[in-house]
Each structure stands twice: as C-alpha cells, then as structure tokens.
Design a protein around this ligand. Structure first.
Ligand code: SF4
Length: 324
C-alpha cells in the first residue's frame, strides 16, 4: 500500500497492519514522504494528547553487575563498565525525591538491575509513595516478576511498570523472551499501567523486528509508548556497531505513534529535539545510573534534568503543566 493510503487509514483511526508499519518504516528519510509521515504523526499527537507535554523522572537505585547480561548495557556482569558499585539506601532515595521539583513531573520511575531484592524494592517504593505527591504516578522499572509481585507492587503504591521485550531478547540478552512476556501479562493482570518501548534500536535491526514490538505494545493497549536508539557504550559488545541517526529515530517514533496509537504519550529516550516534530510529547529526566551511561551520576553526563526537559517540550510548544 502507498504511504498516502496508509496515512489516510491512520487518520480515520483504523489499525495499521504489520505490513503497513514496515512500509512506513521504509520511507526514505530524505524524501518529501518523510515529511508527510512526521506531519501525520505530529497531527495525531497534538490532537489525541491535547498538546500536553509530560516529564517522567527516573532514579537509578543501584549499580551492580547484572546477570541479565544485556550486551548493550553498561551494567552487564560480563563487562561491567560503570565506575563504582553502589546501592542507594531507602533514606537516600526518599531524600532525593523530596529534593525533586515533582510539581513538573507526571511520573516517577524507580529503576534497579534485574537481581535487586524485590522485597527491598517494595520497601523503598512504600517509603517513596509516602512522600510523593499522590498525583505523580509511581512506576517500577525492575527485573522480571510474577503475578504475586505485581499485586504487591500495586499494594505498595505503584501505579505502573516499565517492561518490554527487548529487540533480540534472548540473543543479545540472557533473559528468555517467554519470561519477559510472562511479566508483561502479570503487570496487566494486576491492573498496573504498562509503559512500553521499542529498544534498543541499532542499525542491524530489521523494520519487521521494530514493527513486531509496536504491535505487541498495541496488543497490551499501551497508553505510554516510547522508542530508543542504542548507545554504543564503550566496553560493551556494541561499542563499535554504530548507532541509528536522529533522523531515523524521528521516523521510527512517528511510525510507533501511528501504529501503537498510545492514548497518553509518545517518548524518545534520550531527550532530543528532532523527534519533537514527529509527535513526541514526553521526555525523561534521569538521576543516578542508567544502562546507556558509564557514569553513576547520569545527570552529570548523558542524562538531562527536569528543568532542561521541560524547556525542550516548551520549545516545541507542548504545555507542561505545573501542579499546584
Ligand atoms: S539492561 Fe537491565 S537486565 Fe539488562 S544487564 Fe542492564 S540492568 Fe541488567
């Protein structure tokens, strides 16, 4: 099907097929069709999201060698490349949350490596919930878990969880895809909101692989969708494998917005300006460690803070509300 027919289908609110998604992803980034595509994605986002912009903040709680062994991650135990091992105490996390400008954030993510104690995570979650504005969504970004843990997360005050099947899960990671899918099922069964992302995208991934994850997110009725390019972290297996360009990421974000059709937000990791033209209305502020960084304080290195991310969205004329 031609690009204009696929975009017309999307405009009518019809679901796009895997074939449609792959065709859109094949759009030449230097063609005028590219601008038709990003215009359609931008129009949908502005209309469906009411021109609202959102900041999600994320705190990395620990930096330990992780048995998940994702070949692209700075924390994998087979090549751990972060300066120091650390784990924040519950008191430190609570103090950090108290210091944050939470009146500008919509959601707070707490992130750990896959082996972090789930009981300890629940304790920290309860303590954070105790000091966090009730209107801010609390989101878990942790390893795989079962239905019992999903219910415990909910009881501890979590509203949602970030969880995905990574590209080439089980090949570029040591985690079976089935395990990831079982956790996705546990999340939705417990009534937690699912935050999804197509990641980490490298030049070797096929458009079919990307389309499959966009459709998976739609099957789970994801309202908060994202795409992320892989960063060639020095010391990891992908250090010299190349990265996709910002223009390519912008196109992928546009297609994900149209194919998954989230109801609340569309994001790119890490914060970038170009994708804001293609329907991206949500950015992350990050504190502590993140898998794309070798610094244990990403806010001093790759990560951006709350003020900077608010400014980026406002420059794109998204309205980031300040809570009273
Ligand atoms: S991406 Fe997550 S699961 Fe994989 S190695 Fe890094 S911390 Fe572990």
């Amino acid at each position: 099907m031609e690009l204009t027919s696929i975009l017309a289908k999307a405009e009518k609110g019809e679901q796009l097929s895997r074939e449609d998604a792959v065709a859109l992803l094949h759009t030449d980034n230097t063609s005028s069709s590219f601008y038709q595509l990003i215009a359609a994605a931008n129009e949908r986002s502005r209309r469906v999201f009411g021109n609202k912009g959102y900041i999600f903040a994320q705190i990395g709680l620990n930096a330990y060698p992780c048995s998940g062994n994702c070949s692209f991650c700075s924390l994998a135990e087979k090549h751990f490349v972060v300066g120091e091992h650390y784990e924040k105490s519950c008191e430190e996390v609570v103090a950090q949350v108290r210091e944050m400008e939470t009146d500008r954030i919509e959601a707070l993510f707490l992130m750990t490596t896959a082996d972090f104690s789930q009981q300890k995570f629940l304790e920290i979650g309860r303590a954070v919930r105790g000091v966090l504005d009730k209107k801010v969504h609390l989101v878990a970004n942790i390893g795989d878990f079962d239905e019992k843990m999903a219910v415990q997360l909910k009881e501890a005050g979590f509203d949602g969880a970030y969880h995905i099947v990574r590209l080439r899960e089980g090949t570029d990671t040591q985690i079976p895809r089935e395990k990831r899918i079982a956790t996705l099922d546990a999340i939705t069964k417990a009534g937690l909101d699912l935050y999804y992302c197509v990641e980490p995208i490298g030049p070797e991934h096929t458009y079919e692989e990307l389309a499959d994850e966009m459709l998976r997110a739609r099957e789970y009725k994801v309202n908060m969708m994202a795409v992320m390019g892989r960063v060639g972290v020095p010391g990891t297996r992908f250090a010299d494998s190349g990265e996709i360009t910002e223009l390519e990421l912008t196109k992928i974000a546009a297609v994900a917005g149209l194919v998954t059709a989230p109801g609340k937000s569309m994001n790119v990791h890490e914060p970038k300006k170009m994708p804001l033209l293609a329907g991206v209305n949500q950015l992350y502020a990050e504190i502590g460690i993140n898998p794309r960084d070798t610094s244990e304080k990403t806010e001093d290195n790759r990560g951006k803070g709350i003020r900077e991310t608010v400014k980026l969205l406002e420059e794109a004329e998204y309205r980031v509300e300040k809570r009273k």
